[in-house]
Design a protein around this ligand. Structure first.
Ligand code: 4AD
Ligand code: MG
Length: 471
């Protein structure tokens, strides 16, 4: 492979040696006797500054892709440690007919000139927006967070696995499924491709449970699809969910503690200065706001500073919300009532204003949650939790699963569920069933939370949401 900037900055070559790099021009400044050009190839947040004779730069434009050959030098002054220099008398070797070769040109109206662009504007050019420093740093951030999660689960003896994306059941029972149709069936629309109705998965949990009953600890990071009508800055129609399923556990507190460990592990990698991960995200924002970078770092340190995050029951949460309203501390649009879902405004207030920290809420009323959750002894609530975080609200949702055949079947009957397509799920309970539980975390929501990124559409390469399918 040709050398990339990430490699060059991590292991700088000998000073004054010949170096050839490829990348895209971020900016060109031509002066009378000298010209400066910043180039980037996306492998690191750092641009490479090139110092070149002005006559070589006069036709170069921001956005063009180029190959450049010069001397790797120490940079005097300026922020960067190194620069690529083409001295006036630079001798070009035989294989080169020029020190700078334009690989791909840009039109006069190239939209990403060096100036501030709003994210809203950038979303109108979905095929070009990743070329900006802020957005490319988010994709590097995304990649690093995933790598950190892989390391965490490896260390905890989990097997990473790949459940199917096409299913015949609605795991969550929320009726937000995308139905699959085959174009080859257009002639005979009554014929179903799989012989039955099929959907894109909303959660891989039920299949993960199958694998968990053989491998004890399994996880996946997988696309999930939900036909959510609500167009908010934290919902997507196609998002990535991290799901873990763990055998031989029976207490929801084991799950809240484990998911806290997982998130803290990621934060620790971000704060590790020997890696460039956190620096990448913070540096990309330097141009925009120094305070922003400081805020992100403070948040990461804060997340680690607390030994154990708070954990309350749903009933306690309702009490806190009702009392706050009665005391005139806050006024909600929706009245907090026992038995009703926590609204996003409630979740954000609890985590953001009351606890000012991530907080787990456990033991929700049965009727608010899906069929598979273990019913508590009070017969009113289930052994589940939602991890709420400031700014976002719900980040993780999980539960202990009902592993008893009769209890599970009874609950499914009580809910009038069609069991045909879930016979395998029920049958698991009569083949060496064990207590188990797991959770799902919205990967994009984690990125928004840890990176202080407001809109979920900016942490996924090609966002899909109601009425948006642009690229
Ligand atoms: O709370 P949810 O619906 O839980 C489940 O699907 C469980 N079966 C998971 C499990 O136990 N294995 O979804 C889990 C998380 C939510 O907390 C949220 O972070 C994220 O998935 N999520 C979404 N993220 C982006 N866009 C959407 N439309 C999302 N819906 C859920
Ligand atoms: Mg949920």
């Amino acid at each position: 492979l040709p050398q990339c900037l990430g490699e060059l900055f991590a292991r700088p070559p000998r000073l004054n040696s010949d170096v050839t790099v490829q990348g895209w021009i971020k900016a060109v400044r031509v002066q009378k006797n000298i010209a400066f050009m910043d180039i980037s190839d996306g492998t690191t947040y750092q641009n490479l500054m090139c110092v070149i004779p002005p006559e070589l730069a006069s036709n170069l434009k921001t956005g063009e892709s180029i190959q450049i050959r010069g001397l790797w030098c120490e940079s005097k002054g300026g922020k960067q440690k190194y620069e690529l220099k083409i001295p006036k008398d630079y001798k070009i070797s035989d294989e080169f007919d020029n020190c700078i070769k334009v690989i791909g040109t840009v039109p006069e109206n190239y939209p990403l000139q060096k100036k501030f662009h709003t994210q809203q504007f950038l979303r109108t050019i979905p095929h070009l927006r990743w070329k900006t420093n802020v957005l490319s740093s988010i994709l590097r951030f995304r990649s690093h967070v995933e790598t950190s999660l892989i390391a965490f689960f490896n260390e905890k003896n989990f097997i990473k696995t790949n459940p199917p994306l096409i299913t015949s059941s609605d795991c969550e029972g929320a009726g937000e499924l995308f139905k699959i149709e085959s174009t080859s069936n257009e002639k005979n629309p009554t014929e179903k491709f799989f012989g039955k109705d099929s959907y894109l998965t909303v959660s891989t949990q039920l299949h993960l449970e199958v694998l968990c009953m053989a491998l004890s600890r399994v996880w996946t990071l997988s696309p999930c699809f939900r036909a959510e009508e609500s167009s908010t800055n934290r919902h997507l129609s196609e998002f990535w969910m991290l799901e873990a399923e763990i055998a031989f556990i029976n207490d929801v507190r084991q799950l809240t503690k484990f998911s806290e460990l997982m998130i803290k592990h990621v934060v620790r990698t971000l704060l590790d200065d020997s890696s460039e991960i956190g620096k990448n995200l913070i540096e990309s924002r330097r141009g925009r706001a120094v305070e922003e970078a400081i805020k992100i770092r403070e948040k990461w340190n804060f997340l680690l500073s607390k030994d154990e995050w708070d954990c309350i029951t749903y009933t306690e949460a309702i009490d806190i919300l009702q009392k706050a309203e009665a005391d005139g501390i806050v006024k909600f649009k929706f009245k907090p009532t026992w038995g009703a879902s926590l609204q996003s405004e409630h979740e954000k207030w609890l985590a953001g204003e009351y606890f000012k920290s991530p907080v787990s809420v456990t033991d929700y009323p049965i009727e608010l949650k899906p069929f598979y959750m273990k019913i508590n002894n009070d017969k009113k609530t289930v052994a589940c939790f939602d991890l709420l975080v400031p700014e976002i609200g719900e980040l993780v949702g999980g539960s202990i699963r009902e592993h008893d055949l009769f209890k599970l079947s009874n609950e499914m009957t009580r809910r009038n569920m069609k069991v045909d397509d879930l016979n395998w799920y029920i049958d698991l309970r009569s083949n060496g069933s064990v207590p188990h539980g797991g959770f799902g975390m919205g990967f994009e929501r984690l990125l928004c939370y840890l990176g202080n990124i407001e809109n979920i559409r900016d942490v996924i390469p090609f966002p899909r949401s109601a009425e948006t399918l642009d690229c």
